[in-house]
Design a protein around this ligand. Sequence first.
Ligand SMILES: Cc1cc2nc3c(=O)[nH]c(=O)nc-3n(C[C@H](O)[C@H](O)[C@H](O)COP(=O)(O)OP(=O)(O)OC[C@H]3O[C@@H](n4cnc5c(N)ncnc54)[C@H](O)[C@@H]3O)c2cc1C
Length: 414
Amino acid sequence: MKYDVAVIGAGMVGAAAASLLARSGFSVAVVDHQEPGPFDGSQPVGLRVSAISPGSADILSEAGSWRQVERQRHCPYRRMAVEDRDESVSLQFDAMEFGLERLGTIVENTLVQWSLWQSLLTMSAVELFCPDRVTNLEYIDGEPLISLESGTSLHCRLVVGADGANSGIRKLLGIRQDHWEYSQQGLVSVVQTSTPNSGLAWQRFLDGGPLAFLPLDDGSSSIVWSLPDAEAARMLELDEADFLEELNQAIAGGPDHWPDPVTSCGKRAAFPLTMRLSERYWANHAVLIGDAAHVVHPLAGQGVNLGLLDAAGLVEVLVAARNRQLNFAGEKTLEKYGRWRRSEAEVMARGMHGIRGIFIPGELGPLRRFGIGLISSSWTVREAFIKRATGRHRNSPALARGQALTDLLRAAPA
Ligand SMILES: Cc1cc2nc3c(=O)[nH]c(=O)nc-3n(C[C@H](O)[C@H](O)[C@H](O)COP(=O)(O)OP(=O)(O)OC[C@H]3O[C@@H](n4cnc5c(N)ncnc54)[C@H](O)[C@@H]3O)c2cc1C
């Protein structure tokens, strides 16, 4: 059988893309080397959570997953605060001031993956090849032929590489990447504070890197603490009491300051932090989406959001080409997707890189204070920031701006 599209990698981004493509009438093969485990809300909160923007929630809704997510453990947040290491300057955002119901929702990655997988299982246009992995990609009569470890061969018109930061598809396509090593790790854990987190996403820029508290539905917080490699290794080795002492020193503040002291924490783990940007997002009958295309610093919690925007953008471009009776896997279509999404990722990746840079201790203190002061006093700048953070700026795909997939499918040829 020949498929319209083969999606390699069914993480949050690949699975969302596969579901949207199938719902748009494309036949889709999905390959992953592991099936997501069932989500069990009676277990402790997982270590990997994401701040899902309202635009991404709309995309996941069209992909048939968000209703499932909202039935399970999730935590909307309406307030966000970002402050300098000594509380001397801070930025505050409240959903209400921008006419929003929420700024985002904290969800466990495993729940998003599981709900998308459930959606894929119900679709007749989707065939799952799992567990399996790609061993080769060649072209027969100009169209892709993918070989899998199981011996299966997949003929398709378009390959979507959604196989994460170390993408094998990107390597097979020979696409180069810019790569920045931060020599930092993101230390994650779930912590309890003396008064519960009431729905605040809080971040403080410390000498070693940013420390974030993300609210969870039971009043605890998921933390992401960016630390130099050696410091992260040391923090992982500390016993709980010593770790809490260091964490409490890092969050200490004035009388009205939250987070209140941390009283206990769960398991700790650390993930290396990098920034990667592929020099292009498309090649012969193939595109890259999600972490396969770009990896950004987690300080703004935008990695998976950027990937979901790629998925929605890809579907929008392919459907528009098909509506105009153009080749959806043709060079012009793929180039349009690639140029659009790469320029968006570049804004985000370089923005995160720059923000991280100005918060590094040193001579930029006055500049940083001036910059934050400027942002906090300008509603226009704050609104622009929120539009990007919520995935709803004017260059976002239509699905992230609230348009329904059925409207895209019905759209008259331009
Ligand atoms: C500490 C930390 C905190 C973060 N917090 C946030 C946040 O708050 N908000 C946010 O938006 N982002 C956040 N991110 C980033 C986010 O986690 C990633 O951007 C996101 O998980 C990428 O999803 P993906 O589907 O593109 O890739 P992945 O999740 O890596 O999925 C890739 C899939 O491909 C499969 N695969 C890989 N190789 C093969 C192969 N050869 N054959 C078949 N299948 C294969 C894998 O099994 C997997 O299912 C954070 C990252 C870190 C490190």
